[in-house]
Structures are given as structure tokens and as C-alpha cells.
Write a protein that binds this ligand. Structure first.
Ligand code: NOJ
Length: 554
């Protein structure tokens, strides 16, 4: 068995700092709040925290619109607070991982302000500028990820600029070596601060096609998704190898790229010894409801066998080379128990069921804040209650496609990114103990029963389940490094797999339904029950949402 690196043996915890813990009463979370909770994270068995962006930002897209790459937004604290967090983290073996948002900056970044000022300033080609078509319309019919055209007219310069995401997030021009150097310098700045790695945002969009052409419309608005037209353009890997040489190489860190649209077959070019990153977030398993693309009003039905297949493909692709980041949640997705399990599922059982897969599969588990408590979706009764910019864009898109306001809101309820962004539920106190002020986003109503304080002392809570299973994982060679093989491939009710090492096999079975199901794999007679979401397992039976772990010594 090969030796594993530190980040392959631990679990990573994703923090959405704005919603984690507010220590000042401002209503938004801050860095000191994170430092205060390091002991909580240590008890959960976390070796690294990935922070979504904490740089100065107008917060149009909650920090993914950055106006200075080498500073801290004052709403989160100071550089001293950051340094203190890194130092306190190190004392507990918890490293801090930064989010690099290099496809685009904020339109308030000094680079863009200069770039838009004329066609011949020193930064004129730091962003992507094009003339209007002869009739004055935008250069192409590409629709941005948040809805509307990707092109924004700029009066000052007399040209359009391209923004894959919001109008306030202009895309940087990676073709310009000076832009690349400036971005690499920013990443190196954080390495000098002692960070433990990077999550690299929206990386599949950095390379644009040589020619900008209209695409076949995919919606009633006459537009086509920018994703179809620009994701993974040939030549992108050259940029990324340069990034690796200039920044990542020679550091004891991990990198995980956010790479929507990279298929399992292509993973080898992106991760592992010949690739660029250590891990890659690819979304095939969390986008099964959006098989036709990121259009919320066209949700697609999916079967458990498809989920199993998507995960099996990624496991196979990273079997001998590269490493898999296991995740069911992040700040862009609804809560996993609402997404993957049937309506009406008990949230505690559901969270344990998915948590069992998360913590026993091969790869590094990424726990999103609150997932370890079983936090769930919200459903607010007006679109105005939603902060998420994408929810607003998708709501408009649904209305354009002919849906009623009520229907459009239902899509938002299901898919909104705010589902994951409601404040962390620390206690049954006001605002779930998140803030003493007015919370920037309402707290989920279930906070009185679903919170860290209550769960800490409840042996049967989701929190203690995650703690115990993560501990089991980190002390178990087979769970850390054993091979992964899918079992019961064609079964639409049970998610099952086996992890095998030289002297041991570990079987994991999870019932995804609200029915009791029977199972009779041949290993049952040889293996013993070692862990599960119910106290005992009745051999051969899985109660609704039950998860079991069996061990067989060879
Ligand atoms: C992906 C991030 O995870 C998401 O939150 C953000 O809106 C976009 N990239 C744009 O940066």
C-alpha cells in the first residue's frame, strides 16, 4: 500500500465564513469566530478548513467577486486575525486552505477600473473586451451562469466585456502573461502566510475559444449557456501546468480544482502525477437533477443506479493515479438530505445515511459546515427573501420559460444556494447562537433541535455519529487506502460497496428508501457488523435509511 499524504488521511471541513460564527454582533461571521471553533473542529477530526473567499469584496456574489487578492475583507477581520487563525490551526494540526478565484475579479478591482478606462491603458487587455456587432448588439449569444448575456456594455471604453458569472465579475484575460503572473504572485503571497492548500474556483472557464461565435440556442431567450461554448477549451491545461510550476510545486499543500464539466474519462489529465491538481471537484453525482445543464426549471429525474455509476466512474478514474474529494454538499448546492433522499425522510437518519458513505469511501471527505449536524433546506415564501444572486437569475429564467411565480419559487426552494448558506446552528439560543446582532440571512427554523450544543451531549446525534465514524476511518488502513468496488450495482434501493486491503474487507450498505429492504450478499456469513446508524443490524435487513458497516478478516 502506498504511503498517504497528510491530506489523504484526514477530513476537510468547508467553512462559509459569512455564516459560521459572528463574534462582533455585525450579523455576519468573521475570522475570530472560526478560531473560536477550532476545538470543535479538532474534536470532529478535521485536518484542514477550506474557507470560501475572505478577501475584500463588494459581496455581489458573497466574496467570489474579489477587489484585492492579497488582503482580508474588513468584515471578516484583519490580516492579524488571519495569521492568528493559521497559527492556532497549526497548534491543533488543522491547516487553512484558501479559495483562489482567478477566472474573474470584481469590477471594483483596481485592474478592471484601469482596464475599462480606455482602449490603450497599460491594463487594456487584462480583461476580455470585444466590439459590438454591427447593429450594436453583444458579440455573441452566450448566456451567463447566473442568467442574462455574458456581455456587458461599457460606455467609458465603448466596448463590451465578458463576464461568465455576474455583471460585476469580469473575466480576466489569461492569454496575457502579465495577468497570469499577477495571479500567481497572489497565490504565492498566501503560501508565504503558511496556508495548507488551495481550492481553485471555476477553473474550467479560464481559457476562451480563439473565435467567439454564436451558438445554437438552448432556451427561449435565444441564448446558449456559456458553459457549452467555453468550458474546457483546448489549451487550458498549458495554463494550468504553468500555474502548478509557478505556485504549487515544492509545497506540502493540497490543491483541489473546481472543474464543472470535466468528465471521469478526462480526470487523468487533471489530477495525479501527470495532472495539475491533487484532486478535482467534478459534479456528475451532484448534478443528476440538472442533466440538461444548469437550468433549474428543467429538473431531471434520476435513479440510485445513476448516482452509484457516477461515483463508481470517478472512483475508477482515480484508482491508480490522483485522489478523489468525496462530497455531497458545498455552498452552491442544496442540503444533501433534501437532495438525495426521499421527501419525508427523517433528517437524523438521512444525515447519518449519507455521512456513512462520505466517511467510508476512498478519498478525502469534505464536510460542509452544518452537514455534521444534519442541517436541512429552507423554503422562504418570497423570492425577495433570497440573497443568492443565482436564485434571482434562475427565478427570472423560469418566468421567461412560462412558469408561474409559485412554480418559479418552488424551483428556487429546491435548488437555491441559500439552502446551504443559512447560519451555522450552534445552540438553541436566539439566532442559533450565530450572532448577537441581526443575522444577514435568516436562521433555519429547526435550530432548537438541530444544533451543535444539543448534539454534543446526545450520544445518538448526527454530530456524534460523524465524530465516531471519522475517528474509525482515520485509524483504519482499509478505509483510508483500500480499493473501492461497487456492489449491488443494479439495485435501486441500496447503495453498497466494499473496501479491500490485504487482510481485510469492509462492506458498506445504505438503504436510500423509506421502506425496509432485504439483502443477502454472500459475505454476510463471514463478516461482522462493526458500525451503523442504528444500534444493531438485523442481518439481512435494512430498515428505512439504515446504514451499516461490516468487516471481514481474510
Ligand atoms: C463557483 C463558486 O463556488 C460559486 O459560489 C461562485 O458563485 C462561482 N464559482 C463564481 O465565482
Amino acid at each position: 500500500m502506498k504511503n498517504l499524504k497528510w491530506w489523504q488521511k484526514t477530513a476537510v471541513y468547508q467553512i462559509y465564513p459569512k455564516s459560521f460564527l459572528d463574534t462582533t454582533g455585525s450579523g455576519t461571521g468573521d475570522l475570530r469566530g472560526i478560531t473560536d471553533k477550532l476545538d470543535y473542529l479538532q474534536k470532529l477530526g478535521i485536518g484542514a478548513v477550506w474557507l470560501t473567499p475572505i478577501y475584500p469584496s463588494p459581496q455581489i456574489d458573497n466574496g467570489y467577486d474579489i477587489s484585492d487578492y492579497t488582503a482580508i475583507d474588513k468584515n471578516f477581520g484583519t490580516m492579524k486575525d488571519f495569521e492568528n487563525l493559521v497559527a492556532e490551526g497549526k497548534r491543533r494540526n488543522i491547516r487553512v486552505v484558501m479559495d483562489l478565484v482567478f477566472n474573474h475579479s470584481s469590477d471594483k478591482h483596481a485592474w478592471f477600473i484601469e482596464s475599462k478606462s480606455s482602449k490603450n491603458n497599460p491594463k487594456a487587455d487584462w480583461y476580455i473586451w470585444r466590439d459590438a456587432k454591427a447593429d450594436g448588439s453583444p458579440p455573441t449569444n452566450w448566456r451567463g451562469i447566473f442568467g442574462g448575456s455574458v456581455w456587458q456594455w461599457c460606455e467609458e471604453r465603448g466596448q463590451y466585456y465578458l463576464h461568465t458569472f455576474a455583471v460585476e465579475q469580469p473575466d480576466l484575460n489569461w492569454e496575457n502573461p502579465k495577468v497570469r503572473q499577477a495571479l500567481f504572485d497572489a497565490a504565492n503571497f498566501w503560501l508565504e502566510k503558511g496556508v495548507g492548500g488551495f481550492r481553485i474556483d471555476a477553473i474550467t472557464y479560464i481559457k476562451k475559444p480563439a473565435e467567439f461565435l454564436d451558438g445554437e440556442p438552448d432556451g427561449k431567450d435565444g441564448m446558449v449557456s456559456v458553459h457549452t461554448m467555453t468550458a474546457n477549451t483546448d489549451g487550458i491545461l498549458d495554463f494550468l501546468h504553468e500555474f502548478k510550476r509557478e505556485v504549487f510545486d515544492g509545497h506540502d499543500i493540497f490543491t483541489v480544482g473546481e472543474a464543472n464539466g470535466v468528465d471521469a474519462e478526462d480526470l487523468q489529465k487533471w489530477v495525479g502525477s501527470d495532472g495539475v491538481f491533487d484532486m478535482l471537484f467534478e459534479f456528475s453525482h451532484v448534478n443528476l437533477s440538472l442533466k440538461g445543464g444548469e437550468i433549474w426549471c428543467r429538473p431531471t429525474k434520476w435513479k440510485l443506479t445513476e448516482l452509484k455509476q457516477a461515483i463508481a466512474n470517478s472512483q475508477a478514474a482515480t484508482k491508480n493515479n490522483g485522489w478523489y474529494p468525496i462530497f455531497f454538499e458545498n455552498h452552491d448546492k442544496p442540503r444533501s438530505i433534501n437532495y438525495f433522499l426521499p421527501k419525508g425522510a427523517d433528517s437524523v437518519k438521512a444525515a447519518k445515511a449519507l455521512g456513512t458513505i462520505l466517511l467510508t469511501m476512498r478519498g478525502t471527505p469534505f464536510i460542509f459546515e452544518g452537514q455534521e449536524l444534519g442541517m436541512s433546506n429552507v423554503a422562504w415564501n418570497s423570492i425577495d427573501a433570497y440573497d443568492d444572486i443565482q436564485s434571482h437569475g434562475q427565478y427570472e429564467l423560469a418566468l421567461n420559460e412560462g412558469f408561474s411565480k409559485e412554480q418559479a419559487l418552488e424551483f428556487v426552494h429546491f435548488f437555491s444556494r441559500d439552502n446551504a448558506r443559512t447560519p451555522m446552528q450552534w445552540s438553541a439560543d436566539a439566532n442559533a447562537g450565530f450572532t448577537a446582532g441581526k443575522s444577514w440571512l435568516p436562521v433555519n427554523e429547526n435550530y432548537k433541535t438541530c444544533n451543535a450544543e444539543v448534539e454534543d451531549v446526545d450520544e445518538n446525534s448526527v454530530l456524534n455519529y460523524f465524530r465516531k465514524l471519522n475517528n474509525l476511518r482515520q485509524n483504519n488502513e482499509t478505509l483510508l487506502n483500500g480499493d473501492y468496488e461497487e456492489l449491488l450495482k443494479d439495485d435501486e434501493k441500496i447503495f453498497a460497496f466494499v473496501r479491500s486491503a490485504e487482510n481485510k474487507k469492509i462492506y458498506v450498505l445504505v438503504n436510500f428508501t423509506l421502506d425496509e429492504v432485504k439483502f443477502s450478499p454472500e459475505f454476510l456469513s463471514r463478516a461482522k457488523f462493526i458500525f451503523g446508524s442504528f444500534e444493531n443490524n438485523v442481518a439481512g435487513t435494512l430498515r428505512p435509511l439504515e446504514a451499516v458497516v461490516y468487516e471481514e478478516m481474510k
